[in-house]
Design a protein around this ligand. Structure first.
Ligand SMILES: Nc1ncnc2c1ncn2[C@@H]1O[C@H](COP(=O)(O)OP(=O)(O)O)[C@@H](O)[C@H]1O
Ligand SMILES: [Mg+2]
Length: 253
């Protein structure tokens, strides 16, 4: 079943056609990678899925519901969570508090940091947040201030902020960007563990080692359009993709 259906999405910034008729089907239970050179429109596309950017044309359906016209909070409530390219965390709050905020947002439909004091005493929320932090290997740092953590731990925190919502669709924009090889491999392992629970994922990724380790389906974007789609084997073998993107970049070391 197609969980996310993207039809004819267009988005221009001034004279620049960032998205020029993008079509995409994400099947339930898959890890669908979107790859392509810098500036291809990958992040812009992801932003349209979560209501952060409004496309000029096209339609997006999630589990049969129209996404366009809904605001980010409503879309989140439908069951889509995302990790963006630039970490969006609450720097002054503790790791635990950071994870409780999206847990509350999912439960109450409000995105606010005000009820935190009360929520600290709401056992279900707190326990779910602790569990999500354990999941990503941050249990021992849950009372630390977010701002003081390493870049890798901030990215893991963001992932915990998504997992605590138990989304039906998880969107990841370059989750291993800027990570060491060790951190990257830990993230791959973590994402594989999450996958075994059946959560559908769309992952934008530059690192072909990550892409070929994780994905079951790959779409290749160039200049605002999907130029090829297939299994990892098909994509590796595609002359067109080789030419446009993959040459010397297969992630094999
Ligand atoms: N808010 C914006 N305003 C103007 N141009 C933008 C904006 N966001 C993205 N772009 C441009 O759209 C194109 C696609 O960007 P992006 O989606 O970030 O690419 P990718 O994630 O594939 O590297 C780029 O040329 C980029 O400079
Ligand atoms: Mg990007």
């Amino acid at each position: 079943m197609s969980l996310l259906t993207v039809n004819g999405i267009k988005k221009s910034f001034g004279g620049l056609k960032a998205l020029n008729d993008v079509n995409l089907n994400v099947e339930e239970g898959t890890v669908h990678a979107v790859i392509g050179p810098n500036g291809a429109g990958k992040s812009t596309l992801l932003h349209t899925f979560v209501g952060k950017l409004k496309p000029d044309e096209g339609a997006i359906l999630f589990n049969g519901d129209a996404v366009l016209g809904k605001d980010p909070t409503q879309i989140n409530q439908l069951g889509i969570s995302r990790v963006f390219q630039t970490p969006e965390i609450f720097a002054e709050l503790s790791m635990l508090e950071n994870v409780m905020i999206p847990a509350l947002a999912k439960e109450d439909g409000t995105f606010t940091i005000n009820p935190l004091g009360a929520a600290m005493n709401r056992r279900s929320i707190r326990e779910r947040a602790e569990h999500a932090l354990e999941d990503v290997g941050l249990a021992d740092k849950m009372h630390g201030t977010a701002a003081n953590q390493s870049r890798g731990d901030k990215r893991r925190l963001e992932l915990a902020m998504c997992l605590v919502q138990n989304p039906r669709l998880l969107l990841l924009d370059e989750p291993t960007a800027g990570m060491s090889r060790t951190d990257t491999n830990n993230t791959i392992e973590l994402l594989q563990k999450i996958h075994s629970r059946g959560m559908t994922k769309v992952i934008i990724e530059h690192d072909m080692h990550v892409v070929f380790s994780l994905s079951t389906r790959i779409s290749v974007m160039a200049q605002g359009a999907v130029i090829e789609e297939g299994t990892p084997e098909q994509i590796k073998a595609s002359a067109r993709v080789q030419e446009a993107y993959l040459a010397g970049n297969t992630g094999e070391e």
